[in-house]
Design a protein around this ligand. Structure first.
Ligand SMILES: Nc1nc2c(ncn2[C@@H]2O[C@H](COP(=O)(O)OP(=O)(O)OP(=O)(O)O)[C@@H](O)[C@H]2O)c(=O)[nH]1
Ligand SMILES: [Mg+2]
Length: 309
C-alpha cells in the first residue's frame, strides 16, 4: 500500500514535470481522425519536446508502420502504439547499476554548473544505503568551501562519512577517498567534482586528470563516470555528452529536474545518439532526498504521452 502510494507520488511529479510536452502531445489526441495532418502535428509536438528533428521523424515512421501493421483505427490505440515506440527506443538505456563487481565501486560525477551533481550524490548515498551498501563521499569540488559543506550536510543527514581537504586539489581528494574506502572495505565511493563548461578547456583537462589518478588508487577506477544532466537544458544535453565523454569516457547518465520545466523528449535524443547508448541510471524528480528514481523506460514513456502507469 505504502509502496504504491510512494510510486504514485513520484510518478505524478514526473508526469506534472513533463506536462509541458505532455499537454501538447495529449492535446492532439482529441478524438479526431488519424490522417497525415495528425501525424504532422504529432511530429511537430515531438520536435517541440526536445526529441530532435531526426529522431522525431524516425519515431513517426515507426509509428506509421505500427498503424499499418496492426490496422490501428482510433487515437487511443495510436497513443498506446506511440508509447510502445518510445519505450522500445528508451529500453536500451535501462540498466541496473553494478555494485557487486568492484570493491569499492567507484563512481565519479561530472557535469556543468548547477546540473545537480551534489544533490544527486546525496540522494544516491541514501539509495545505496537502502541497498545495504556502505558509502564514502569524496568532496572533489574543492573550488568552493560551500560545495564541501553542502556535501558534508548530506553526509551528516545520512550518517555517511565525507572525505574532504581544506585546500586540497580534487584529484588528491579522490585518491585519498578511494584509498580510505579500500582500507575500510567500503562498498561504494562517490566522487563529487566541481561544475564546468565544455568550453573551459583547463577545467575539462583537469577532469581527465581527476579520472586518471583514481586508477592509481584502485585499478579500473572509476568504474562509473556519470554525467549529470539538467533535464531542462534540452538539446544542449547532447553537446554536453559529447564533450564530457571525450575527456572523461562516460559510462552513464543521471537526468535531473524532470519535475520542473523539462520537456523530457531529450531522453529520446540521448538514446538515439549511438548504437549502444549510455545507460540512464537514475532520474531526478525533485529536490528532496527521496526524489531520485531508477530509470524505467515504460514508466517514462507513459509519463511522456500521458498514460497512467
Ligand atoms: N526540482 C529539482 N531540483 C533539483 C533536482 N536536482 C537538483 N536540483 C536543484 O538544483 C540546484 C543545483 O543542485 P546541485 O546539486 O548543487 O548542483 P551541482 O551540479 O552540484 O552544482 P555545482 O556544484 O555548482 O556545479 C539545487 O537547488 C538543487 O536542489 C531535481 O531533480 N529536481
Ligand atoms: Mg556541486
Amino acid at each position: 500500500m505504502d509502496t504504491k502510494k510512494e510510486k504514485t507520488g513520484w510518478f505524478a511529479r514526473l508526469k506534472n514535470g513533463l506536462s509541458k510536452s505532455r499537454v501538447n502531445i495529449i492535446g492532439i489526441f482529441s478524438g479526431g481522425v488519424i490522417d497525415d495532418d495528425f501525424m504532422e502535428e504529432l511530429e511537430f509536438q515531438l520536435i517541440s519536446s526536445d526529441v530532435g528533428v531526426e529522431t522525431s521523424a524516425k519515431i513517426i515512421e515507426e509509428l506509421k508502420d505500427q498503424i499499418k501493421l496492426k490496422g490501428l483505427k482510433n487515437q487511443d490505440q495510436v497513443k498506446e502504439a506511440l508509447r510502445d515506440v518510445i519505450e522500445t527506443r528508451l529500453k536500451p538505456c535501462e540498466k541496473k547499476p553494478d555494485l557487486e563487481s568492484h570493491h569499492p565501486a567507484v563512481w565519479m560525477m561530472c557535469g556543468v554548473n548547477g546540473a545537480g551533481k551534489t544533490t544527486s550524490i546525496g540522494k544516491l548515498a541514501k539509495y545505496f544505503a537502502n541497498e545495504n551498501k556502505s558509502v564514502l563521499l569524496a568532496a572533489g569540488d574543492t573550488f568552493r568551501a560551500a560545495a564541501r559543506e553542502q556535501l558534508e550536510i548530506w553526509g551528516e543527514r545520512n550518517k555517511i562519512e565525507v572525505i574532504a581537504q581544506e585546500k586540497g586539489d580534487p584529484a588528491s581528494v579522490a585518491f585519498d577517498a578511494i584509498c580510505s574506502g579500500k582500507r575500510r572495505g567500503t562498498d561504494v565511493v562517490m566522487v563529487d567534482t566541481a561544475g564546468r563548461l565544455p568550453t573551459q578547456s583547463n577545467l575539462m583537462n583537469e577532469l581527465a586528470r581527476i579520472r586518471k589518478v583514481q586508477g592509481k588508487a584502485l585499478e579500473g577506477a572509476p568504474h562509473e563516470v556519470i554525467l549529470v544532466l539538467d533535464g531542462t537544458n534540452g538539446q544542449n544535453a547532447l553537446m554536453q555528452v559529447k564533450s564530457f565523454d571525450e575527456v572523461a569516457q562516460l559510462t552513464g547518465l543521471i537526468i535531473t529536474k524532470l519535475d520542473g520545466t523539462a520537456k523530457g523528449g531529450v531522453l529520446l535524443a540521448l538514446a538515439a545518439m549511438r548504437e549502444d547508448p549510455l545507460p540512464i541510471y537514475f532520474i531526478g524528480v525533485g529536490e528532496k532526498i527521496d526524489d531520485l528514481q531508477t530509470f524505467n523506460a515504460r514508466e517514462f514513456a507513459n509519463a511522456l504521452v500521458g498514460i497512467e502507469n
